[in-house]
Design a binder for this molecule. Structure first.
Ligand code: GLY
Ligand code: MN
Ligand code: MN
Length: 447
């Protein structure tokens, strides 16, 4: 059987040249006399001999776009015979017939621009030789324990040969620090992919609002969302969708998604698709019967105000905590106005009196991982927002039933409004802007 390498999946939205630029930038930082080693993700058993759909390690993806498990990237800055080496599985007609196509070393060189590619089964013989003479190893320990052991074994192989003139690397440096800082700043192509996946996810949320009605099940809505993700080209979710009717919305990471949708309740959907590895992360909350009750409207208005005001301060030059501080201020003000908290606003904020009703942060970086990499603190101070960082803004209020001292009329109301925001030169771009969030617009859409 002839296997056509061209029909394998790989990025079509981010160019080969961009992947090469990323490796170049990383290698420039590492400097000559170093070696970078990055292991692919591993296949994970879901049940007996059935695996989860394979998902590449984001760091590996970022540097190579190579979509297979059992692969290793080796970067050797300044090496004359080639700086980018890949180890991967060999082609195997029988295995490919059962488990899917493989590039094989030749295909990998052709498609992914590595200077050399070797069979993964030969790595123990080849890698110590590549390490030899290099002073520093850039590697992220702790993610793949078996591979950690291999890295140590290769170093030990060289240490055992010191008397015969071998020069083992003396320094082990965490690769993630520099690599994750690179990933925090999105390129034009990355922003395009993120726009696309967020737009597809936005459409799915709109569809969910349109079809929602009492008597359906949370699972019906999950199905609707997933259908539209997939139809839009986002085969997988970026994280398990949260489809939470009524009081289930007060469980922040509720994923059971199997309860009946009741007349008079709100529905919170926190769902985003994944495209070429990039995540969307959108939450909308709306009335199951299409009409907000008085209390729902009141609480929703405060969360919406917090969302909009927080987005306004998610701009270049502000600390990344500015949206959270703004949201806390508005939500606490709202809790006072709703009669849920009593006292001086500043004092209530200082004492974190809002925490029983707003217990999470207002956002996080987003990119190849939904909770993306990148430091939040620099020298113990909140990081300053810069152009091309992308973060979520997601204030909420959660009034769980039986909360002590909370008037029953609020019980079971859980609201979050989450948008994905790219910081620009002059302000920001709300990638998820096309999903309705104004009360009147939601009611009109659902009418
Ligand atoms: N969906 C997870 C989050 O909003 O962070
Ligand atoms: Mn989020
Ligand atoms: Mn979310």
């Amino acid at each position: 059987m002839v296997k056509k390498v061209e029909s394998l999946n790989n990025s079509v939205l981010i160019s080969k040249a961009e992947f090469a630029r990323r490796r170049r930038k990383l290698m420039n930082y590492m400097g000559n006399n170093s070696i970078g080693i990055i292991h692919s993700a591993e296949e994970k058993v879901r049940s007996r001999d059935t695996d989860y759909v394979f998902r590449q390690n984001s760091d590996f993806q970022y540097l190579s776009n190579f979509p297979e498990p059992k692969s290793v990237i080796v970067l050797l800055p300044g090496r004359e015979q080639g700086e980018y080496i890949l180890f991967c599985r060999e082609k195997d007609e029988k295995m490919e017939t059962w488990h899917g196509r493989r590039y094989g070393p030749e295909g990998a060189i052709k498609q992914f621009g590595c200077d050399d590619c070797f069979p993964i089964d030969d790595i123990d013989e080849i890698l110590p030789g590549l390490m030899e003479g290099r002073d520093r190893i850039y590697y992220e320990f702790g993610n793949y324990p078996d591979f950690d052991n291999s890295v140590m074994a290769w170093i030990n192989t060289l240490r055992a040969q010191v008397k015969s003139g071998a020069h083992p690397p003396g320094e082990l440096i965490d690769l993630s620090h520099v690599l994750h800082d690179m990933r925090l700043f999105k390129s034009k192509a990355e922003l395009d992919v993120m726009r696309r996946v967020t737009e597809v996810s936005a459409k799915a949320h709109i569809q969910a609002m349109k079809v929602c009605r009492p008597g359906l099940n949370e699972l019906d809505m999950e199905a609707e969302i997933k259908y539209h993700f997939a139809k839009g080209g986002a085969r997988t979710e970026a994280y398990n969708s949260i489809v939470a009717g009524g009081e289930n919305a007060c469980i922040l990471h509720y994923v059971e998604n199997n309860a009946e949708l009741k007349d008079g309740d709100l529905l919170l959907i926190d769902a985003g698709g994944e495209m070429e590895g990039y995540a969307a992360d959108i939450t909308r909350t709306f009335p199951i019967n299409g009409k907000f009750s008085k209390e729902q409207k009141e609480a929703y208005s405060w969360v919406l105000k917090a969302n909009k005001e927080a987005i306004k301060v998610a701009v270049k030059g502000n600390p990344w905590t500015a949206p959270h501080d703004k949201a806390v201020q508005i939500l606490t003000q709202g809790l006072v106005k709703m009669g849920i908290l009593k006292g001086d606003l500043e004092q209530l904020i200082d004492e974190e009196a809002y925490k029983p009703f707003y217990m999470h942060k207002t956002g996080h970086w987003i990119g190849l991982d939904v909770h993306d990499v990148g430091d939040y603190l620099i020298d113990k101070e909140p990081r300053i927002l810069e152009e091309n960082m992308v973060l979520t803004v997601e204030p909420g209020l959660y009034f769980a039933p039986n909360t002590e001292g909370l008037d029953k009329k609020w019980w079971g109301i859980g609201i979050r409004i989450e948008d994905d925001v790219a910081v620009t030169k002059k302000g920001n771009e709300v990638l998820s802007k096309s999903v309705t969030k104004e009360i009147a617009a939601i009611e009109k859409l659902m009418a």
